[in-house]
Design a protein around this ligand. Structure first.
Ligand code: G1P
Length: 303
């Protein structure tokens, strides 16, 4: 049988956003507000993830959520009533901003599926199986915010060549003491921005880590990932691990890491959230000062 993927099959058309986690690290803020809606300055984390997927040309977004987090769906979908109220009150710019932020369901499809129990990231991805479009899928973890540069997902899709490696994961180098917080590549070499790999281990002890190339929350996965996840036993931490399913496909579909150009912030931690907020606020302030500058550009004290 000819297994050469057709051009359409090779296109990454679906993005899966696992958003079912309870966000215990941010309690009490997350008691009634999903952690994906916590703002980085004024923009909820989920908005960055949506914008990144949009920039990458994704056609369908699947949110794997939890029944207690219906506020995410309210945020993602357009709210015509709120927009109309804002317009009536002369706040057309705000209405427009909300409209632009929300997913335009004429241009893009949105699906919500539930993951009622926290059985792991692999299980969350498996929950999306019946809703994915044909071909490889992207997985985006909104906790991992990547700022600066081109959108990470777009960069990955531009570099993706399933004939060489059907699974591609975003990676960054971390310190030896940090490897136990990540999935880690068993790296064999480099080729440009790609890190060639023959395996991947979830949260290894420092002395057992095959490298210091840590996986951050952006994945392009061959469609066979769903078969690999189906029936997969729990791994590290007693959870069904996406890492294990990726590692199981190394021989058949291949695996590589991708060194993205932006800066990643771990917004699942308070320190990371704070750092992201400062970086984003700094960018916004610089942008605002350019907008406020007199025609002809910014002046300096020397002028
Ligand atoms: C998950 C993945 C891990 C990856 C990390 C990136 O872990 O299981 O392989 O390195 O995301 O943020 P978590 O942080 O959800 O424990």
């Amino acid at each position: 049988m000819d297994r050469t993927p057709t051009a359409r099959d090779r296109r990454v058309r679906t993005a899966i956003f696992p958003v079912a986690g309870l966000g215990t690290r941010f309690l009490p803020a997350t008691k009634a507000t999903p952690k994906e809606l916590l703002p980085v300055l004024d923009t909820p984390l989920i908005q960055f993830a949506i914008d990144e997927a949009r920039e990458a040309g994704i056609e369908r977004m699947i949110f794997v959520s939890h029944p207690s987090k219906e506020a995410i769906e309210r945020y993602v979908r357009a709210d015509a009533e709120l927009e109309a109220t804002l317009r009536e009150r002369g706040k057309a710019r705000l209405a427009e901003m909300l409209h632009d932020n929300a997913v335009d369901e004429d241009a893009m499809q949105v699906r919500f599926v539930m993951q009622p129990e926290p059985l792991g990231l692999g299980h969350a991805v498996l929950c999306a199986r019946d809703e994915v479009l044909p071909g490889p899928v992207a997985v985006v973890l909104p906790d991992d915010l990547i700022l600066g540069g081109e959108g990470c997902l777009k960069e990955m899709i531009d570099a993706y060549d399933p004939a060489r490696a059907g699974h591609m994961v975003a990676t960054m180098q971390v310190g030896a003491e940090e490897v136990s917080s990540y999935g880690v590549l068993d790296a064999t070499g480099r080729e440009g921005g790609l890190i060639l790999a023959r395996g991947m281990v979830e949260k290894p002890a420092p002395e057992a880590a095959p490298s210091r190339q840590a996986v951050v929350g952006r994945y392009l996965l061959d469609a066979s990932i769903f078969e690999a996840l189906d029936g997969l036993p729990p791994g590290a931490g007693g959870e069904i691990q996406l890492t294990d399913a990726i590692a199981a496909g190394v021989e058949t579909v291949g695996l590589c890491g991708f060194r993205f150009s932006g800066v990643r912030y771990d917004c699942g931690s308070k320190a990371g959230m704070l750092a992201a907020t400062m970086a984003y606020a700094g960018g916004q302030a610089a942008y605002a000062s350019v907008l406020a500058a007199p025609p002809g550009g910014l002046t300096t004290a020397a002028e």
